[in-house]
Design a protein. Structure first.
Length: 284
């Protein structure tokens, strides 16, 4: 698997940190762990095992890439520190040598000659000191610019992530969002009618007032998702995990939740107050 495919599988970009990789891996591993699949469903068990192998391979590749980037950054910082120490040591040695030279010349000449030599030495010493000062100031300026660029880049990345996570009112009608990692995104009042969200990771996603009519949420992970007043009419919820989700006021008329009388949706600690159930009954 190419490194770009690994980033895509984890829903990350190439500047992801080791912490980002570990967090994404934990979420995907939880989603595809074979223990979550009924043992009697052999086909799904095999699919989950293969998927977990793919996730483990991607994790190893991304961890190695992240560690190499962090190691390179530390090595660059150490080299800069060594260069600065060498420059400081050289400047101190240079000043000491010239001070000794000035004292020796002063003892061998008349006061007038001594004054001239002393003035000449002072000029050279001040010149070299000023050059060292200029070099130091230039180094500091470069460091400040790099720091400013890094801060600006970090701020820009943060703003991009924030903008990317806010998808209020977005139009995803009929979109293919299979296996997408959308944890924590704001999709309130978005139009996802007939969208394919099979196996999507939707932890704590805000679907308040969203249109999910006819959407395929087969095996989607909607842990603690906000589905207040969402339109889920005719949606496929078979195999979905809605543990801790808020479905108050949601419309689930005609939604697929199992076969016959067997419910195949995880509804642990779900808020269904005022929700319209698949059979048309309002939950009180």
């Amino acid at each position: 698997m190419e490194i770009d495919q690994c980033y895509q599988l984890f829903g990350l970009t190439s500047n992801a940190t080791l912490e980002d990789v570990n967090k994404a891996y934990k979420a995907l591993a939880m989603q595809w762990h074979p223990d979550r699949i009924p043992r009697e469903n052999v086909q799904l068990q095999l699919q989950a095992q293969e998927k977990l192998k793919e996730i483990n391979h991607a994790r190893d590749s991304l961890r190695k890439a992240a560690e190499q980037k962090e190691s390179g950054s530390q090595r660059y910082s150490h080299q800069n520190k060594q260069t600065h120490q060498h420059q400081t040591k050289y400047h101190s040695k240079y000043q000491s040598a010239y001070q000794g030279y000035a004292q020796q010349k002063a003892s061998d000449h008349t006061s007038e000659r001594t004054s001239e030599r002393h003035y000449s030495y002072q000029s050279r010493s001040q010149s070299h000191t000023y050059q060292a000062y200029q070099s130091h100031q230039s180094s500091q300026q470069t460091s400040k610019q790099q720091s400013s660029q890094s801060t600006h880049s970090s701020s820009s990345d943060s703003q991009k992530r924030q903008h990317k996570s806010d998808l209020t009112g977005a139009d995803f009608r009929g979109a293919n969002l299979r296996e997408k990692y959308l944890e924590g995104r704001n999709l309130s009042y978005a139009n996802l009618s007939n969208a394919d969200l099979t196996d999507a990771f939707l932890h704590r996603v805000n679907f308040q007032g969203a249109n999910l009519q006819g959407a395929n949420l087969f095996r989607a992970n909607l842990f603690q998702a906000n589905l207040q007043n969402a339109d889920l009419r005719g949606a496929n919820l078979i195999g979905a995990d809605l543990s801790g989700a808020d479905l108050s006021g949601a419309d689930l008329s005609g939604a697929k939740v199992g076969f016959g009388e067997k419910i195949m949706v995880k509804l642990t600690n779900v808020n269904l107050k005022g929700a319209i159930m698949p059979n048309g009954v309002i939950y009180s």
